[in-house]
Design a protein around this ligand. Structure first.
Ligand code: NAP
Length: 260
């Protein structure tokens, strides 16, 4: 399939590791010049170099916290008019909502709702003017099927999903699409660290716990981040202009339903 992406530019947030990195690599493999961000400069530069070596595209690394004004300004200074925006950031911590005060909630909303909205605001009029734009928000399977322990994620990501459901319908006629990718369990650092507490409680190591969990899903395994990157490329491809405001769940069939 010709994705029609060669020569385009992308801003991929939170992309030194895990799902963001997989999206950046997959887009670069289609000939997209990528600007990637993360807070830890050394890891980010290693990833930038790995993408350059693997694909030969132009890779710009911008170290910073994307959930802050300064972090977003630095990313946008390096890549002011992207054809593609991949919104991503770390997820909020688990816990009991009785312990979450206003500041804790605001941090979660900043990271998983307002940061993507402000980045969209910064780039979308340029996309409309050029009659091409692809925006993909990395959210979570928890948007469809809540995970009680991560209530802030359930709430903040649902807020983003609701907002972009409306906005995506306002920009689709200009060939700008906004869609969401909803990961189930993908083998990343985050999944391993999230599994650690459950593994300790069960008296097994993290790999054993992951295998047990994986067996319980229809696919019988956890996801490979490269599969996530491939889905991202599909949503960004030139021929996906009719895919508008969708929530694509990648969870190996774990969410049990006949439709949607
Ligand atoms: P990961 O492997 O821990 O990677 C996270 C990446 O984001 C790293 O590159 C990290 O680098 C960067 N990052 C984190 N916070 C950032 C910030 N404030 N500013 C800039 N960069 C930041 O995580 P992942 O598994 O890819 O998860 C990505 C997103 O998907 C998260 O929101 C997660 O909650 C969600 N998710 C993941 C899964 C899964 O199974 N993996 C399932 C559901 C939802 P630095 O730490 O150096 O900044």
């Amino acid at each position: 399939m010709d994705t029609g992406l060669k020569g385009k530019t992308a801003l991929v947030c939170a992309a030194s590791k895990g799902l963001g990195r997989a999206c950046a690599m997959a887009l670069a493999q289609e000939g997209v010049d990528v600007t990637i961000t993360a807070r830890t400069a050394a890891t980010l530069e290693e990833t930038a170099e790995a993408i350059r070596r693997a694909t030969g595209v132009k890779v710009t690394a911008v170290a910073g916290d994307i959930t802050t004004e300064a972090g977003r300004a630095a990313a946008l200074a390096a890549c002011p008019s992207p054809d593609i925006l991949i919104n991503n950031a770390g997820g909020p911590p688990p816990g009991d909502f009785r312990n979450w005060d206003r500041d804790t909630w605001i941090a979660a909303l900043d990271a998983n709702m307002l940061t993507p909205i402000f980045l969209i605001k910064a780039v979308i009029d340029g996309m409309i003017g050029r009659k091409f734009g692809r925006i993909v928000n990395i959210t979570s399977g928890s948007v469809k099927s809540p995970i009680p322990a991560i209530g802030m994620s359930n709430g903040a990501r649902a807020g983003l999903t609701g907002f972009v459901a409306g906005l995506s319908r306002q920009v689709a006629r200009d060939n700008v699409t906004i869609n969401n990718l909803l990961p189930g369990p993908f083998l990343t650092d985050r999944l391993r660290s999230n599994t650690k507490a459950a593994a300790e409680a069960a008296g097994v190591d993290v790999d054993t716990m992951l295998q047990q969990r994986a067996k319980a899903t229809p696919a019988g395994r956890v996801g490979d981040p490269a599969e996530f990157g491939a889905a991202c490329v599909f949503l960004c491809s030139a021929s996906s202009g009719f895919v508008v405001g969708q929530n694509l769940l990648l969870d190996g069939g774990a969410f049990n339903s006949t439709m949607g």
